[in-house]
Design a protein around this ligand. Structure first.
Ligand SMILES: [Fe+2]
Ligand SMILES: [Fe+2]
Length: 448
């Protein structure tokens, strides 16, 4: 890197420095002083080595020390050597005649002197040499000062970096913890939401005894169809919620109407029945998170040909979730009428006849596999299960209820064919401590 001082020729810095001259001969000192009188740096003189040492010890910023070699008591090279500790960065010059050349070389080899000036000297050459030495001294000192600043700034930068790293680490740990907390809270809220939906579905089925397990079956078929259609997870969740609660509006119907078939409704019962999708939507409307499911519930009795209710929507105007639930609902009702191992084929055959009228024909292929799975599951469970009774305290996850489970006070806790997991076992055992019950019918494995 170029030095700005050298480029501009600025020599104002010279005034900060001092040049020391030592000679036992006053006339030589006088002529040296005369030679240097116009220089910007300070010139101080001493008449002996001892006096010179005192002067050097008491003076700062000494850039150059010039000493005569031939002096009594302490010669020039000894004097210069002794100044090394006092002014280590100063340039040391020996004034010497030709006859002292041997001593001068020795002094330079030992490191006491770095330059020598032969007597008699050329004023302009001497002035230039001393100026160069002062400049060199200044550059050395300035470089050192700047290096110290750089070192200090580097240390500060390192310290800042470390500090920053520590703070980023601490904040990362904190953010991770907040994300974990949020995730846990979210899971907890999801569990609460699912629990609430399942409780509501259980309440519906408690009231609508005729269609026990219908909500769960409709939900299972609907979710499987939604998966097969490649619908995103949040839509599948909405469809599941709507399917579980699709008939919640039936709570407004009388017991006698609920016990009747739609074909035997009186006019008043029919009106109530046809209102149940809208009543279901209205019941959920106050819960913001349930509004999308409420829309699907409203339209679960629409038909593809536009002859359904409550709005008479047709074709693509029916939300896909509602169309799925309507088909799942139809499928479960058809399968409930069938018995025997090929009942599902008969049910699907009956349903297929309504393609293009009750439902979108392209949905049918997505129903086949879920319908078989559900039917086989029920068939196996009904015909091949090993049922036994256990006390609440003996419940373990993996067991499956074989009958609806009620508390002693008559509250439906879980439906038959619900598989118990750790959370359900804990919840049941907690309920039984406040509302006891005898034994519970479960199965843990099937034959063959
Ligand atoms: Fe319905
Ligand atoms: Fe239904």
């Amino acid at each position: 890197m170029s030095n700005p001082l050298e480029e501009t020729g600025d020599s104002s810095f010279m005034s900060q420095y001092t040049v020391v001259m030592v000679d036992d001969e006053q006339n030589i000192l006088q002529s040296l002083k005369r030679c240097f009188r116009r220089e910007q740096y300070t010139v101080v003189c001493a008449g002996s080595g001892a006096e010179g040492l005192k002067l050097v010890a008491a003076t700062t910023n000494i850039a150059v020390i010039i000493s005569d070699q031939r002096m009594p008591e302490m010669n020039g090279s000894e004097f210069l050597t002794r100044t090394r500790e006092l002014a280590p960065n100063a340039t040391r010059m020996l004034l010497t005649g030709y006859s002292d050349m041997e001593t001068t070389v020795a002094a330079m080899n030992e490191g006491g002197a770095t330059h020598y000036i032969g007597k008699p000297w050329e004023d302009s050459a001497l002035l230039q040499t001393v100026r160069d030495c002062v400049r060199h001294y200044h550059l050395t000192i300035e470089n050192r000062r700047q290096q110290e600043i750089i070192n200090q700034q580097n240390e500060e930068l390192l310290s800042w970096n470390q500090n920053l790293k520590d703070r980023v680490m601490a904040q990362t740990v904190q953010i991770r913890k907040q994300i974990d907390d949020l995730r846990a809270l979210n899971l907890c809220q999801q569990d609460t939401f699912h629990g609430m939906v399942e409780s509501l579905a259980a309440l519906v089925e408690l009231r609508v005894q005729k269609s026990r397990h219908h909500s769960a079956a409709t939900a299972a078929l609907s979710v499987a169809m939604a998966e097969s259609l490649g619908l995103p997870e949040h839509e599948r969740e909405t469809i599941r919620t709507a399917a579980l609660l699709h008939d919640i509006g039936k709570n407004a119907m009388s017991d006698s109407a609920l016990a009747s078939d739609d074909g035997s409704f009186s006019d008043e019962q029919l009106l109530k029945y046809r209102a149940h999708p809208v009543l279901g939507q209205t019941a959920l409307d106050s819960i913001v998170a349930m509004r999308p499911a409420g829309v699907l519930i409203r339209h679960h009795h629409e038909r593809y040909d536009g002859t359904g209710f409550p709005d008479g929507l047709a074709g693509d105007a029916i939300p896909i979730g509602s169309a799925i639930i309507a088909l799942a609902d139809l499928c479960d009702r058809e399968m409930s009428r069938q018995v025997g191992s090929n009942g599902v084929e008969r049910a699907l055959g009956t349903i297929a006849k309504q393609a293009g009228k009750a439902f979108l024909p392209s949905l049918l292929p997505h129903l086949t596999a879920p319908a078989h799975a559900l039917f086989d599951h029920r068939f196996e469970l009904h015909d091949e299960l090993l049922e036994h009774e256990v006390a609440p305290i003996k419940l373990t996850s993996g067991m499956m209820l074989t009958r609806d489970l009620f508390s002693r006070s008559g509250l439906l806790l879980l439906q038959a064919w619900t598989e118990l997991d750790e959370a359900k076992v804990i919840a049941l055992q907690r309920i039984f401590t406040i509302d006891p019950i005898g034994t519970i019918h479960v199965t843990t494995r099937r034959k063959g």
